[in-house]
Design a protein around this ligand. Structure first.
Ligand SMILES: [Zn+2]
Ligand SMILES: [Zn+2]
Length: 289
C-alpha cells in the first residue's frame, strides 16, 4: 500500500502501548500512515530499532533525550503518576552500533530542555546552589547535544532535535557546529512551539519544523505554522503524548497525524491532497527514505 502520510515522531515503543502495540501500528499502516519511532534513551532506542525492523513503513531514530541526562521528577499525564526518570550517560558507541540498522534514519531525539529545571534540583531552599546546579544541567545538556550532532555527522544521518525553552542556546550551538564541521546534514526541530522568528532561524539554516497536535489548539503555534516555508513543514504526533483535537486528553497514536495534517491544510488554505503530497515529499527528503 502506498503511503498517504508519515508520522515523523512517535513513541509507540513506550509502555503506554505495551498491550496493543501491534494493533496501533497496524491501524496506522492500514490507513496509509507510516511512522518514525523515536528513541529517548538506550532501551527505548533499541526497542525503536527492533520495531522498525518488523514493518516496511516504520523507521527508527536513536538518541538520548535531555531529560534522561539527570534523574528528574516527571509527571506522566498518561499514567497519572509521578515517576523519576533514570539518568543515563551518553554513549555514542552504543547509538552508532544501533544505527548500523538500515531502518535507523536519524539520530535523536536529543537537545535542550530548560523547562522547570529548578524542580530537578535537590536543594530548592538554597538559591545559590540551585542556580549552580541549573547551570551545570544546562552545560551538560549542551555538551551531550553537541556530541549527538557530531555522531550524526560521522554517520551521515539527519538529526531530530528536542528543544524546550532553550532556542537561544540551541541556535548558538548549531551555528558553532556548522562552522566547525561538527554538523553537515540538517534535520528536524520536533514538536515546535517557538515563535515565527525562532522558526526562521532554523529554516534559514535548512532545518525542517515539525508540528504536533499542539497546533490544533495553540494560537501562537498556528501563527508560527503560517510563517514556515511549505517545503520545510512536517507533522508528528509525539504519541502517546499531545493528542490533537478532537482526541485531546486521550492516549495519542500515529493514526491521529491525519488530524494534524488536515488541520494545517485548512489553516494554510491548501487543498488536502496537495498538502499531504508536500508533507510526504518533505519527510522523504529529510530522512532520505
Ligand atoms: Zn521531544
Ligand atoms: Zn518525543
Amino acid at each position: 500500500m502506498s503511503l498517504k502520510l508519515i508520522d515523523t515522531h512517535a513513541h509507540v515503543q513506550f509502555s503506554a502501548f505495551e498491550s496493543d502495540q501491534d494493533q496501533v501500528v497496524q491501524h496506522a499502516l492500514d490507513q496509509g500512515i507510516g511512522m518514525v519511532v523515536v528513541g529517548t534513551q538506550t532501551d527505548t532506542s533499541l526497542a525503536a530499532v527492533k520495531l522498525a525492523e518488523r514493518y516496511e513503513n516504520v523507521w527508527a531514530a536513536v538518541g538520548l533525550h535531555p531529560s534522561h541526562l539527570h534523574a528528574q521528577p516527571f509527571h506522566d499525564a498518561q499514567e497519572s503518576i509521578h515517576v523519576k526518570t533514570r539518568a543515563e550517560i551518553f554513549d555514542p558507541e552504543f547509538y552508532a552500533t544501533l544505527a548500523k540498522s538500515k531502518k535507523v534514519v536519524a539520530i535523536g531525539e536529543f537537545g535542550l530542555d530548560y523547562y522547570r529545571l529548578e524542580e530537578f534540583t535537590q536543594t530548592p531552599d538554597e538559591k545559590i546552589e540551585v542556580t549552580t546546579k541549573i547551570e551545570q544541567i544546562k552545560a551538560d545538556q549542551q555538551l551531550v547535544a553537541t556530541a549527538h550532532l557530531r555522531l550524526a555527522t560521522s554517520l551521515n544521518l539527519p538529526v531530530v532535535i528536542h528543544c524546550r525553552d532553550a532556542h537561544a542556546d540551541l541556535i548558538v550551538l548549531i551555528k558553532q557546529e556548522l562552522a566547525t564541521g561538527g554538523l553537515t546534514r540538517r534535520g528536524i526541530l520536533h514538536c515546535f512551539t517557538g515563535t515565527p522568528a525562532e522558526a526562521k532561524q532554523y529554516t534559514d539554516l535548512g532545518f525542517y519544523i515539525s508540528f504536533s497536535g499542539i497546533v490544533t489548539f495553540g494560537a501562537n503555534v498556528q501563527a508560527t505554522a503560517q510563517s514556515v516555508p511549505l517545503d520545510k513543514i512536517l507533522v508528528e504526533t509525539d504519541s502517546p503524548y499531545l493528542a490533537p483535537v478532537p482526541n485531546r486528553g486521550k492516549r495519542n497514536e500515529p493514526a491521529n497525524v491525519a488530524h494534524i495534517a488536515q488541520f494545517l491544510a485548512t489553516l494554510l488554505n491548501i487543498k488536502q491532497e496537495v498538502f499531504y503530497a508536500q508533507l510526504l515529499t518533505n519527510t522523504k527528503s529529510v530522512f532520505k527514505i
